[in-house]
Design a protein around this ligand. Structure first.
Ligand code: FAD
Length: 474
C-alpha cells in the first residue's frame, strides 16, 4: 500500500462505516481453479487494494466524491466471474478502489402484476432465482457462472444464457436501472415495461461493463414456471443440413427457448456421461433444442421439429444424451465434463478450460468452423473441446463459444492459445461478426477495441469524457 492509498482510505473511512472498508477482494475460488489463467488474471485478483462494500447508491456517490480528488481508478466488481474470461476488472491505473457490489444484496420489490422484480445490483443470480422459485417464477438470466455472478455483472456484460434464443440477452430482460455517475448523481432510467423511451440509454449503460457508472438497482422481467419443458438433441451428417433445419424451423414459426448447434467434441465432452458410445458419433454436427409451455403444445412443437429434422436426414438421439447436455448447461459452471475424466483429474494435469466467444451470422458458421480447424492443425498443445453455438431467433445469429483445454503453466501452450484466439477474432470480423459477443470486451480484448468498434469508438470516448472527466472508471 502506498501512502496515498492511506489518504484515500482515511477519507473513505470518514464517509462510510468502518466495516465497509476492506483490503482484500474476496473472489470465488471455484472458477479460479477451473478457468485457464492465460493473462495472469488470478494474480491481479489476488493483489490487495482498498475494497469498499457500499450498501446503497448514496454510499457509492460518497465513494466517487472522495476518489475524484485523487489519481485512482474505481472498479466495480460483482461475482468477479468475468475476470478470467474477459479480464473485465483489470485496472488501468496502479491505484484502485474496488467497489465490491455484493454488499448491495437486497431484493427490493417483487411485482407479479407487472411481472417484474427490482433488486440491488449485487444480488447473486442464484439468490434471485431461488427467491423467485418459491413464488412460482423465474427469470431467463442464467449464465454458466450464475452461482457466483451478480445481476449487475450479468447485465453490464449483456450476458447470454441458454434461454437467450427466446428471451434475448440480459439487456432485453431488464426494464429499468439506477446508476450512479462519477459526479455522484444518482439517476433512474426506464420503467416496469420493456418500452424504453429514453433513446435506449438503458441498453447503452447496461452493456458498458462499468465504464460509465455504477449500477445500483436493476428491474427485470420474470415469468411463471412453464407447465412443461422438454429437450431434444439431433444428429446431422453435415452442417449445412443443420443450418437449413434451423432456418426452416424459424420460418415455420416455431420458437424454442434454447436452440444450439454443437460440434461433435462438445457432445462428447458435455453430454455423454453414462452413455455407451455408439452410432451417435457418426454424426458431424448436432442441434439441441428446449421447448417450454403447456404439455400438449410442447409435445406438438417437438413433433414438428422431428419432422423438419427428418426432411434433412437428421436423427433424434436418445433422450438421455439431451438430458445430460441440459443438466451440464444449466447446473452452473458449465465447463466440459470430459467423458471418463473428472474435473479433478484435469486440474491435476494442469489442464484448464478457456474459450473465445464470437458472434457471427449463422450462414457463416461453416466457414468459421472450417477456418478454426485449419489454424488449429498447427497448434499441437491445444486440446480442442469443440464449438457450441447459441442461436438467437428470429435473427438467426450465432454466438460461437469455441473452447480448449490448455496447460496454462506452459508458456508455449498459452502462446498457442493466444494465437488461436487472435486468428479467430480477426476471422470473425472479416465475415461480418463481432468479437466480444458475450462477456463484454474486457481488458483482455482491449487491443481489438478499434477493430471491433471502428469509428464508433470515438463517439463512445466522447460520451465517456463527458460522464467521467476525472477518468475514474476504466
Ligand atoms: C465458468 C464461467 C461461465 C460463464 N458463463 C457465461 C455465460 O454463459 N454467459 C455469459 O454471458 N457470460 C458467462 N461468463 C462470464 C461472466 O461470468 C458473466 O459475464 C457474468 O454475468 C458476470 O457477472 P459477475 O457478477 O461475476 O461480474 P464481474 O465479473 O464482477 O463484472 C463483469 C463486468 O461488469 C462490471 N460490473 C459488475 N458489477 C457492476 C455494477 N454494479 N455496475 C457497473 N459495472 C459493474 C465489472 O467492472 C466488469 O467489467 C462465464 C464465466 C465463467 C467463469
Amino acid at each position: 500500500m502506498t501512502e496515498k492509498i492511506d489518504i484515500v482510505e482515511m477519507f473513505l473511512r470518514d464517509k462510510l462505516k468502518e466495516k465497509e472498508i476492506l483490503r482484500i477482494l474476496e473472489v470465488p475460488e471455484t472458477h479460479l481453479n477451473l478457468y485457464a489463467d492465460k493473462f495472469g488474471g488470478r494474480q491481479i485478483l489476488e493483489k490487495r487494494y482498498v475494497v469498499v462494500r457500499p450498501k446503497s447508491a448514496s454510499d457509492v456517490a460518497k465513494i466517487f466524491e472522495v476518489v475524484k480528488n485523487f489519481d485512482y481508478s474505481v472498479i466495480p466488481v460483482g461475482g468477479a466471474t468475468g475476470a478470467l474470461v474477459s479480464g473485465g476488472i483489470l485496472p488501468t491505473k496502479n491505484k484502485v478502489v474496488f467497489i465490491d457490489t455484493r454488499s448491495m444484496n437486497k431484493i427490493l420489490r417483487f411485482d407479479p402484476d407487472s411481472q417484474t422484480v427490482t433488486v440491488q445490483a449485487g444480488v447473486k443470480i442464484a439468490k434471485l432465482q431461488a427467491f423467485l422459485k418459491v413464488r412460482g417464477y423465474w427469470t431467463p438470466i442464467l449464465p454458466g457462472s450464475f452461482r457466483q455472478a451478480t445481476i449487475g455483472g450479468a447485465v453490464c456484460t449483456n450476458a447470454i444464457s441458454p434461454f437467450s434464443t427466446k428471451y434475448g440477452r440480459a439487456t432485453s430482460i431488464v426494464t429499468a436501472l439506477q446508476i450512479v455517475f462519477p459526479n455522484g448523481k444518482i439517476t433512474e432510467i426506464g420503467n416496469k415495461t420493456s418500452f424504453d423511451n429514453s433513446i435506449m440509454l438503458k441498453d447503452f449503460f447496461l452493456s458498458s461493463e462499468g465504464r460509465l457508472g455504477i449500477l445500483t438497482e436493476v428491474t427485470l422481467k420474470v415469468y411463471p414456471f412453464p407447465e412443461s419443458r422438454k429437450v431434444a438433441m439431433f444428429g446431422f451428417k453435415n452442417i449445412n443440413s443443420a443450418i437449413s433445419t434451423i432456418i426452416e424451423l424459424r420460418n415455420f414459426g416455431i420458437q424454442p427457448e434454447t436452440l444450439m448447434i454443437l460440434e461433435k467434441e462438445r457432445v462428447i465432452y458435455e453430454a455423454l456421461q453414462n452413455v455407451s458410445l455408439n452410432s451417435e458419433l457418426n454424426y458431424a454436427i448436432f442441434i439441441f433444442v428446449s421447448y417450454s409451455g403447456s404439455k400438449g403444445f410442447v409435445a406438438s412443437l417437438l413433433n414438428h421439429t422431428i419432422s423438419l429434422v427428418k426432411k434433412r436426414k437428421g436423427v433424434k438421439l436418445p433422450d438421455k444424451i439431451a438430458k445430460n447436455y441440459w443438466k451440464n448447461l444449466t447446473k452452473g459452471y458449465a465447463l466440459p465434463m470430459m467423458r471418463d475424466v473428472s474435473n479433478e483429474e484435469l486440474r491435476v494435469a494442469n489442464l484448464r478450460y478457456n474459450s473465445v466467444r464470437i458472434g457471427i451470422p449463422l450462414h457463416k458458421l461453416p466457414i468459421f468452423l472450417s477456418y478454426e480447424r485449419k489454424i488449429r492443425a498447427k497448434l499441437d498443445m491445444l486440446v480442442y473441446v469443440g464449438t457450441s453455438s447459441y442461436i438467437l431467433l428470429p435473427q438467426a445469429d450465432s454466438l460461437c463459444v469455441s473452447g480448449c483445454l490448455i496447460d496454462d503453466s506452459s508458456k508455449i501452450a498459452v502462446e498457442q492459445f493466444k494465437t488461436w484466439e487472435r486468428k479467430l477474432l480477426q476471422k470473425a470480423k472479416r465475415i461480418g461478426g463481432s468479437l466480444c459477443a458475450a462477456t463484454g470486451l474486457g481488458s483482455m480484448y482491449n487491443e481489438f477495441a478499434v477493430t471491433e468498434f471502428g469509428d464508433s469508438l470515438e463517439s463512445f470516448n466522447l460520451i465517456k469524457r463527458t460522464l467521467d472527466p476525472w477518468k475514474i472508471l476504466k
